[in-house]
Design a protein around this ligand. Structure first.
Ligand code: ADP
Ligand code: GLC
Length: 485
């Protein structure tokens, strides 16, 4: 029996407090699962302006010293306990007292490197301050990349020098590039500024820093762990990843199956299960009403719930929507926000075909439940997808994913095979307008002409086990490996 661990999660996002995408869901649900297994799990994250501290938060924050390279700063530390899980919020208004986690109305915050270097240093300082030394620190993406560097340099001969580190790559596209001066700011010695350290193209690359200095590396699906070692997916870090391949493990994300459960979900108008799907029809009707679409039980609804970013390939969908609407009897519902031109393009299409296409531009957690419950299919033409959570949520709600076979999408969706009556969705392998169009046609034909198989597929999708059970066990194993080094 492996010993119970003291684990510190450091992340810029964690639901229900802060979320821009799957990272926030993943950190929260993994932490909760590990805590339920009896591990002492604590999360450290910034206190952004948007966060309304829950009533159960310990009333008074504690002033805490943060030791940066240029001197000390005072942050306020808030503590919140929920189901054996402690969340520490770091309040420091110069960096976090403004709108947006990473960006505001003028684009990305230009001091993001300093903001998240500050988060990294304060996460370590809070361990000393609380006199709680974790066995392991689990870091997530570039914003946490300096933590493994601290552990190997400034902390080496201090108590945290014995703490293991695991660095999870959720998305290799975002590197966190900063001038060399970020090292002085952070109090990290200059000697790490070298190609086999934190340096890339004359800058500090915080993603590379995490990759180089962590004891073990994971990414969020097996397929993506292979893809990022190739030039097409590695965003210039493929050689670093090949070099560290022996320490890199793909572990597929799980989902919070109690929050995303059509049988009990309070955010949808009617509940349902694989054995009794009548409630799904009520959700469909409500969805059509909410988005001003023609009320029609028989027509398939394809939906999108996504960041509107280049990664997601939704520009391809926007380009073929005219053709689709003119040739197939379908409806589309889009819930998303992101790139302005794509928001405008999708809204324009919705105004042209207002009974067939509905859009909501914005981020709305409650609405995402209705969209996934009321639709028949979810479209995910991602150029790359490290894991993807929406396809797993959709399958639980009997909404079949239609996706580009890449990364976690190909690991979690089984392609429909009529001859063997197998599959949980519709996959295509070469991303192009025609491939997407043809797959939409295939799904549409299956919906209308092969209802029995379509419903059987729904049933199989709803039975899939996407809980954290297996993946959390793998993480615990990786934590132990990271502590042994
Ligand atoms: P990524 O992290 O790349 O954005 P994932 O599929 O892993 O992709 O996670 C996306 C998460 O964000 C899901 O929980 C999805 O429901 C949610 N989401 C994305 N866009 C929106 C939106 N506009 N409103 C509400 N939820 C959204
Ligand atoms: C990233 C990825 C997404 C993944 C999520 C959680 O945002 O883009 O594919 O599901 O992280 O790991």
């Amino acid at each position: 029996m492996l010993k119970k661990l003291k684990i510190l999660m450091v992340s810029p996002e964690c639901v229900p407090f802060a979320k821009t995408g799957g990272l926030g869901d993943c950190v929260a649900s993994l932490s909760l699962h590990l805590a339920k297994l009896g591990h002492d799990v604590r999360i450290a994250m910034p206190l952004y302006t948007e966060i309304a501290l829950p009533k159960s938060t310990i009333a008074n924050p504690e002033p805490m010293i943060v030791n940066l390279g240029y001197g000390t700063e005072y942050a306020k530390l808030w503590e919140h306990r929920n189901e054996n899980l402690i969340t520490y919020f770091i309040e420091f208004n110069r960096y976090f007292g403004r709108d947006g986690i990473y960006s505001g109305c003028y684009g990305d915050h230009c001091d993001n490197p300093e903001r998240f270097a500050f988060m990294c240093r304060s996460a370590l300082d809070l361990c000393y301050f609380k006199n709680w030394l974790p066995d392991l620190i689990h870091c997530h993406d570039w914003t946490t990349g300096l933590i493994p560097v601290y552990l190997c340099t400034t902390e080496r001969n201090l108590p945290l020098g014995r703490t293991g580190s695991v660095f999870t790559i959720h998305n290799i596209q975002h590197h966190g590039l900063a001038p060399k001066s970020i090292l002085k700011f952070s109090g990290i010695p200059d000697h790490v500024f070298r190609p086999d350290g934190v340096e890339a193209v004359g800058m500090v690359n915080m993603m590379k820093a995490g990759i180089y200095f962590s004891k073990k590396l994971t990414t969020v699906s097996h397929c993506y762990s292979k893809e990022i070692q190739t030039p097409n997916f590695g965003f210039g870090l493929e050689n670093v990843l090949k070099f560290k391949a022996g320490d890199l493990i793909g572990i597929c994300n799980g989902i919070d199956i109690s929050n995303w459960n059509p049988e009990t979900d309070r955010l949808i108008p009617a509940n349902y299960s694989a054995g009794n799907m009548t409630g799904k029809l009520a959700c469909k009707r409500e969805l059509q009403k909410t988005f001003g679409l023609e009320q029609n039980d028989a027509i398939p609804i394809f939906c999108v719930v996504s960041r509107l970013a280049e990664q997601k390939g939704l520009d391809l969908l926007a380009n073929i929507l005219h053709r689709v609407i003119n040739h197939m009897a379908v409806q589309f519902v889009v819930l998303g926000n992101g790139e302005f031109w794509l928001e405008s393009r999708l809204s324009e299409l919705a105004s042209i075909y207002n009974s067939k296409i509905g859009t909501f531009i914005g981020f709305d957690e409650k609405l995402s439940h209705l969209v996934l419950a009321g639709s028949d299919l979810l479209v995910i033409p991602s150029r790359f997808e490290p894991c993807g959570l929406t396809q797993m949520y959709a399958m639980r709600y009997g909404t079949l994913p239609l996706a580009h076979s890449t990364g976690g999408l190909s690991d979690t969706i089984e392609n429909y095979d009529k001859s063997t009556n197998a599959g949980t969705g519709f996959l295509f392998s070469n991303l192009s307008h025609d491939a997407l169009y043809n797959t939409l046609g295939w799904a549409c034909a299956t919906y209308y002409d092969d209802k029995i198989n379509f419903n059987a597929m729904r049933y199989r999708a709803m039975q899939k086990d996407f809980s954290w059970k297996c993946s959390a066990e793998k993480y615990i194993e990786v934590y132990h490996w990271a502590m042994e080094i």
